[in-house]
Design a protein around this ligand. Sequence first.
Ligand SMILES: C[S@@+](CC[C@H](N)C(=O)[O-])C[C@H]1O[C@@H](n2cnc3c(N)ncnc32)[C@H](O)[C@@H]1O
Length: 355
Amino acid sequence: MLSYISAKEAAEKWNISQRRVAILCSEERIKGAMMVGNMWIIPSNAEKPVDKRTVRYEKTHKVELKPFVKWVGGKGQLVDEIEKMFPFDGENALTKYAEPMVGGGALFFNVLSKYTFEELYISDINSELINAYTAIKQNVEALIARLNEMQMTFLPLDDNGRKYYYYNIRDKFNSLELSERSSIEKAAYFIFLNKTCFNGLYRVNRKGQFNVPMGSYKNPTICDKENLRNIHIALQNVTIVCGDYTLSKSFIDNNTFVYLDPPYRPISETSMFTSYNVDAFDDNEQIRLAKFIDELNAAGAKIVLSNSDPKNINPEDNFFDDLYKSYRIHRVSATRMINSNAEKRGKINELLICN
Ligand SMILES: C[S@@+](CC[C@H](N)C(=O)[O-])C[C@H]1O[C@@H](n2cnc3c(N)ncnc32)[C@H](O)[C@@H]1O
């Protein structure tokens, strides 16, 4: 026997508004939906209709772009879950995309590969990372030439030779001031170090000097020419900014989809992987971010925020549930990729919070 669900239940199931469900029903786009009294009921096995407007965003010839660096907290494995929350079924067609804490950009590159937005904005507080994005956008061939040279020199070396070369590049990276003149050289060092260091970590000491030891990859791809060239093309209509996420405020409006992925609130007292920069992202920072999200919400932007779930460690910890009580909070399962102790890698919940 056919069973039915209410418009409210369908809205929750498909992650769209109740009003949108009513519109779709009245446009006869949900098979079997009917009006009972003044309410729509929907067959419980009905498929979520594809919004016609999504066609506007779908590319016909897709080039798959991959992140050009490994990044702590990279959201590669959450991309599908986050994509389910894309608000392309919302009341307004969205033409702009903003990712103000882009890091390695797992979602950003997925979005660039699949959808066409008119304007995009990315930023990060890490100036070396942003310098690398900018070098790819503005000067990809010079960057490829330099990276290729480094790859050809590094790969044939034996263990000792590689060590000597790695630590020499690390010293050069730390002593070279970032400027317009040094930008390509520094971007090349940055990508080389990311591809050859321990776990792709970016960690600096109190003086801001990169101090990650060499990793033990046999045959790392230091220069992925094809991906870099494809990224170069895709970045041409992307505004790239180095600085605090709040700078994105002037870009974001009610036509913008915003994805925010802040550094994790440490999931345990021993967890040490939140210090991307000298300043850690503590609870006060999380509160400052929540206020910013309230401002974006008031401006009408569509927002998705990810974070680690403190309930993984302490089921009584309601920090994010309280902070985001007026938003929808989804808990999704993920494997934490980097932990100080390899045995602690395992399934945990991540939070996806949206308006
Ligand atoms: C969890 S990582 C983002 C990872 C990214 N989603 C990915 O797939 O690689 C958080 C990023 O926020 C950046 N960040 C930290 N504080 C920031 C701030 N105040 N403004 C902008 N970015 C910030 C860090 O440098 C880091 O790259």
